[in-house]
Write a protein that binds this ligand. Structure first.
Ligand code: PAF
Length: 283
């Protein structure tokens, strides 16, 4: 695996390979890698000639400076995991490389409704930052395929819209891979490593709530199930932010279950000072 830190070097390396017919799969990350990330690398590897992974903790997508400062970092272990998973190129830029004129002079995108609900409402400015950095990364890498994890469902929808806003939806295929889970159901996330051993056993409650939302879809009203989930989360020490139901294709929020409508349940809740999100597409 080669490690490149400059956009010009990355493009210099990739251009001849692309010209020779190589297919590029791209996995953007913020590091602190876990097996959810490596499974994205492996899936990208199976479908492409070259896999490029980026590690960049993007300051503009953190609405809370403390969250940014506490974001876990483990670059040496990350590099080992990437080599093991078969990654070909690690792109490891600095803030100055990504934002040469500063974030204020880097283009932003308007995600409309998607930026007003759920994560958009709880984390103002977050998706603006995600749009900025992903646009810069896509312009740098120009992959054939972009791999994202379903755990960040709303982010996947935002990036799908970003591809349309950039006019590259026909050039780059977005591949959304299923969420990887720990044995007790907790969705794998870089933030999990900040959970203390005392609260870690409670963390899977979010997944239990999602499963109960799914299992009660034909027997209960969503509002009843939502209240049960909020109570359970509070009992287990969480500070719930939202327990919501939305149309899976455009995230229109739903007040109740609707038969024959592809639906996703989404939860965000804080456990101590660690904010966790998860979702489940209802079967
Ligand atoms: O999901 C992430 O890790 C980040 O939001 C992303 C897509 C790498 C952009 O910084």
């Amino acid at each position: 695996m080669i490690i490149l830190k400059k956009i010009a070097d990355l493009q210099h390396y990739l251009a001849p390979q692309k010209a020779a017919g190589a297919r590029l799969g791209f996995v953007p990350t913020m590091g602190a890698l876990h097996s959810g990330h490596t499974s994205l690398i492996q899936q990208a590897k199976a479908a492409n000639t070259l896999v490029i992974c980026s590690i960049f903790v993007n300051p503009t997508q953190f609405n809370d400076i403390k969250d940014f400062e506490k974001y876990p970092s483990s670059i040496d272990a990350d590099i080992e995991m990437l080599i093991e998973a078969g990654c070909d190129v690690l792109f490891l830029p600095s803030v100055a490389e990504m934002y040469p004129g500063g974030p204020a002079n880097t283009p932003t995108f308007n995600f409309g409704y998607l930026d007003t609900i759920l994560e958009g409402a709880q984390r103002p400015g977050h998706f603006k930052g995600v749009g900025q950095v992903v646009a810069t990364l896509l312009n740098a890498v120009q992959p054939h395929q972009l791999y994202l994890g379903q755990k960040d469902y709303q982010q996947c929808m935002v990036i799908k819209q970003l591809l349309r806003l950039m006019g590259i939806q026909d050039k780059i295929e977005l591949v959304i891979c299923p969420t990887r889970r720990e044995a007790d159901g907790l969705a794998m996330s870089s933030r999990n490593r900040r959970l203390s051993e005392f609260v870690r056993p409670q963390a899977a409650t979010i997944y239990q709530c999602l499963v109960s939302i799914e299992s009660k879809q034909h027997t209960s009203h969503f509002e009843t199930v939502r209240k049960e989930c909020i109570e359970l989360l509070k009992d287990k020490g969480f500070d719930p932010e939202y327990v919501s139901l939305a149309k899976a294709d455009d995230l229109t929020l739903m007040g109740d279950y609707q038969p024959n409508t592809p639906t996703v349940a989404l939860i965000a809740a804080k456990l101590g000072d660690v904010r966790l999100i998860d979702n489940l597409i209802l079967n």
